[in-house]
Design a protein around this ligand. Structure first.
Ligand SMILES: Nc1ncnc2c1ncn2[C@@H]1O[C@H](COP(=O)(O)OP(=O)(O)OP(=O)(O)O)[C@@H](O)[C@H]1O
Length: 247
């Protein structure tokens, strides 16, 4: 589904070059829910931005489905972003002037692909996420949890290969965080979505199938949840993070 191989990315600040990604390699399988954790500055957002095609990597490869992203022209990249990737941001970024249903349809409207099937898909997503009864309301008229579910439904409207989520529980209390994670679980169960989420939050990460920990620009550890209970997996994550701090 997603394969990242030996990814390098540096930033130029004045005359200095800072190497942030120093050979990141990882793989996400179809239907997996994967989190990326790591200390501040370890390159999590940079990695997500490279996969999102927002910034070009210096070297290495990113393959999404059958497509190698590094070699695509700008038009083709825009199509990948619109049709094969779904995005969930920290602040959800719903448009105030559009209803819930119109917000969900937005990626399809931007891609010029609204058909009766897309409209049916929007209604199906409203049902999956329990927001059918508010589909005609505007963001100012709905709760925080309903906004989150609308944002996850919007990320799924174009049937993307992969959902990329950047700190989706960043500003939320634990009840709202749980609601966002529940939406991702529903997306995976009902729609076979594949989710790749950057997070600082060990609680959110403990619901994932796998957690990749970045340190100093490389994958330091990849922890599988397997059949472990969520709370035990969270303890393992916290232990790993503590151990990383000691090295
Ligand atoms: N556009 C940029 N120009 C220069 N340096 C940058 C740029 N973007 C990020 N950096 C630097 O690259 C490093 C990695 O940043 P990045 O945002 O990827 O880390 P992160 O792991 O997501 O951090 P956080 O957890 O704090 O969000 C940081 O030291 C940051 O200051």
């Amino acid at each position: 589904m997603l394969t990242v191989k030996d990814l390098h990315k540096s930033y130029q600040v004045g005359k200095a070059t800072y190497e942030v990604l120093k050979g990141v390699s990882l793989q996400v399988e179809k239907g997996e829910f994967v989190a990326v954790m790591g200390p501040s500055g370890s390159g999590k957002t940079t990695l997500l931005n490279c996969i999102s095609c927002y910034i070009p990597a210096d070297s290495g490869t990113i393959t999404l489905g059958d497509t190698e992203l590094a070699h695509l022209e700008e038009d083709a990249l825009a199509r990948v972003r619109n049709q094969q990737l779904g995005f969930v941001f920290q602040d959800f970024l719903l448009l105030d002037g559009l209803t819930v249903r119109e917000n969900i349809l937005l990626p399809a409207i931007i891609g010029g692909s609204v058909s009766s099937q897309t409209e049916e898909r929007a209604d199906q997503l409203c049902d999956v996420f329990g927001i059918g009864h508010i589909r005609g309301k505007y963001p100012a008229e709905i709760s925080g949890g309903e906004k989150q579910r609308t944002a996850v439904a919007r990320a799924l409207i174009n049937r993307p290969l992969l959902i990329l989520a950047d700190e989706p529980t960043g500003n939320l209390d634990s009840k709202s965080s749980r609601a966002v994670i529940r939406s991702f679980e529903q997306a995976r169960e009902a729609l076979e979505a594949t989710i790749f989420m950057v997070t600082h939050d060990s609680f959110a990460a403990s619901f994932c199938d796998r957690v990749v920990i970045l340190r100093d620009g490389v994958v330091w550890q990849s922890l599988e949840r397997g059949s472990t209970a969520r709370s035990t997996f969270q303890d393992r994550l916290l232990d790993a993070i503590r151990e990383m701090g000691k090295e």
